[in-house]
Design a protein around this ligand. Structure first.
Ligand code: G3P
Length: 218
């Protein structure tokens, strides 16, 4: 499973990229708002840091304006992936943008049927929103497993990009359910490395090491 960062904070992405697997980035209008910066500038900077796909979301809701915005976003960098909402117009734009040679990410997916339509529209990625589905009484991880089964059964190449992940269990759960990629907020990415027994072990080794009186290389 590939790890993406769900953020529009350039410095956070840079810092994580130094120690964690950052194989792509996803952004959305809410994350751009949080950054307080201009979308084009943020995307260009992220694309210069990360070689993998960087999802940039259109904000238009009709096909013509989606296509116009997609054209502007796609010109920012070669690794821009156009993120489109799961609507009839979004599916139409997805098919066209893919045919034009760009990567697409169908977002706000909450059902296996929507994922099936994304695959039929030749999307490079489909983004099931795990946390938001759970918030609304659904089973987000089962949705990933269902999409995996359908995609494998019919041989679809669309990648399952698990999104709206809120806790470490969602990440391992997405991996077990067969997600191809998972996009994580920076704090969740950092939380993955932590375990109380790791901290306890480091303290115990440090205490014993101090008792030896040795210095490595000394
Ligand atoms: O990239 C979109 C998705 O990850 C949003 O997550 O936590 O706002 O539901 P959240």
């Amino acid at each position: 499973m590939q790890f993406f960062i769900d953020s529009a904070e350039v410095e956070e992405i840079r810092a994580l990229n130094a120690c964690m697997p950052v194989e792509g980035v996803t952004t959305n209008p809410s994350l751009i708002l949080k950054s307080g910066r201009k979308i084009e500038e943020v995307l260009e900077e992220i694309c210069s840091l990360i070689g993998g796909p960087v999802s940039a979301e259109v904000t238009a809701e009709d096909y013509d304006n989606m296509m116009r915005q997609a054209d502007i976003l796609a010109k920012l960098a070669d690794n821009i992936c156009i993120k489109l909402p799961m609507t009839a117009d979004g599916l139409r734009a997805c098919r066209e943008i893919t045919a034009n040679g760009h990567k697409t990410n169908m977002t706000l997916c909450f059902s296996a049927n929507q994922a099936l339509l994304a695959a039929k529209a030749n999307a490079a990625f489909v983004s099931p929103f795990i946390g938001r589905l759970i918030d609304n009484g659904g089973d987000g991880l089962q949705l990933i497993a269902d999409i995996r089964k359908i995609y494998d059964f019919y041989g679809f190449g669309t990648k399952i990009l698990a999104a709206s992940l809120r806790e470490p269990g969602h990440v391992s759960g997405a991996a077990l359910a067969g997600a191809d990629c998972a996009t994580l907020p920076p704090q969740l990415m950092r939380a993955l490395v932590q375990h109380p027994l790791t901290d306890k072990g480091i303290s115990a080794f440090a205490a014993d090491w101090a008792k030896t009186g040795q210095i490595i290389g000394g």
